[in-house]
Design a protein around this ligand. Structure first.
Ligand SMILES: *Cc1c(COP(=O)(O)O)cnc(C)c1O
Length: 391
């Protein structure tokens, strides 16, 4: 099959040439002082992107490695963990907690909703033995965002440590680990940062390190071990095993670019494009999936599959006829929701216009009533003033 003309999936997505060129440089030995220097510089850039003074860790593997590593490193047998579920990634996290021997206490809302911090407060008050809380910042398949700032503050008041999946958050929305009470923030380069897949990123608070040190059998000598990285890289500037050298070059370029644009500006761009996308979708008389705009993600717009069409038909036609790669939802929402991606390098007016235009053409091809240009027009109207005033 031909490669797509436009990749508006939920990642891996479009990658800038600065990143690709960096990845193509010859691999250095990871013992070479030039590489050690480059790795340290990349970690500094990552701290700035996370807007944190906490330590950062870069694991070789995609984000799910870091999600599992956080549970395996922190959760001891019998530890109670409040797992917040507003979508399929949240639901999935329970498995990592159980594998580490933890007891899952679940707080669940429908997948078009967000977690209410007051419910978290109540759950923590009702069960004072809870030690950790896990939450997904941006539930990609649901197209929703959870109020992590408020949830983190509630957790901190109760001395509960937090594990936050911000894989589709970092870069697309602002976060602040210290202020928000995020003890472990997990992300990846290939979503809102527009980088290459293959690395898992974490920021780790001193309290989270202390909890791992206190853990009687925190995982060691393993790909899942965060303490291995602390002892090797953070303490002694050596690596527990060979890092993915080329992907680190790529990450350095990706993060450098994000910082050149500015993290605040990058997040603002995502927000404006997301708002324009919702306007376009509604003008086509399609239904956005999140219950309210206040909880709609900036990285992706989740849309209910219109009656009379199937998700497979819609996205299949987009891909086969027009070379547009669009993601569907996973888990419980599979088939019910499709995802208009606008993350990282695709959080741009030009990409959004093309994406909506080809969606319109596809709907018309499939016999769904649509006045061509309506969605694009509504989106463009929302984009008035783009790029002015530093946005
Ligand atoms: C993409 C995604 C992941 C998984 O990331 P991988 O890099 O595929 O391992 C986890 N959580 C969320 C919310 C995501 O969007």
């Amino acid at each position: 099959m031909d490669w797509p003309a436009l990749n508006v999936s939920t990642g891996p997505g479009e990658v800038g040439d600065w990143t690709l060129r960096a990845a193509a440089r010859p691999p250095l030995s990871h013992h070479d002082p030039a590489f050690v220097e480059l790795f340290a510089r990349t970690a500094e850039l990552l701290r700035r992107v996370y807007r944190t003074e906490y330590d950062v860790v870069m694991l070789q593997g995609e984000a799910v490695l870091a999600l599992e590593a956080a549970a395996a490193s922190l959760v001891a047998p019998g530890d109670r963990v409040l797992n917040l579920v507003s979508g399929s990634y949240g639901a999935w996290y329970a498995g990592y907690i159980r594998r580490a021997g933890g007891e899952v206490v679940e707080l669940r809302v429908p997948y078009n909703e967000a977690i209410d911090p007051e419910d978290v407060r109540r759950a923590l008050r009702d069960d004072p033995r809870i030690r950790y809380l896990s939450v997904v910042h941006v539930e990609t398949p649901s197209g929703t965002v959870n109020p992590v700032r408020e949830i983190g503050r509630v957790a901190r008041e109760r001395g509960v440590l937090t594990i936050v999946d911000t894989v589709s958050g970092l870069g697309g929305t602002l976060l602040s680990p210290e202020e928000w009470g995020i003890d472990v923030a997990i992300s990846a380069p290939q979503k809102c940062l527009g980088g290459l897949p293959g690395l898992a990123l974490l920021s780790v608070s001193p309290a989270a390190w202390a909890a791992m040190e206190r853990h009687p059998a925190s995982v060691r000598g393993s790909y899942l071990s965060l303490l291995d990285w602390k002892d090797a890289w953070l303490a002694e500037r050596r690596f527990p095993h060979t890092p993915s050298v080329s992907l680190v070059y790529a990450l350095e370029a990706t993060l450098g670019r994000a910082l050149d644009v500015g993290i605040e500006r990058l997040a603002a761009r995502h927000a404006v494009v997301a708002r324009a996308c919702r306007a376009g979708v509604r003008a086509l008389e399609l239904r956005t999936w999140p219950a309210r705009d206040e909880i709609a993600a900036t990285a992706v717009t989740a849309v209910a599959v219109p009656e009379g069409l199937s998700d497979a038909q819609l996205r299949g036609h987009l891909r086969e006829r027009y070379g547009v790669m669009m993601s569907g939802a996973s888990g419980d929402l599979a088939g019910k929701v499709f995802l208009l991606g606008h993350m990282g390098e695709t959080a741009r007016p030009s990409v959004l216009a093309a994406e909506l235009a080809m969606l319109e053409r596809t709907l018309a091809d499939l016999g769904h009533p649509v006045a061509l240009g309506t969605g694009v027009g509504a989106a463009l109207a929302e984009l008035a003033g783009w790029g002015e005033g530093g946005a």
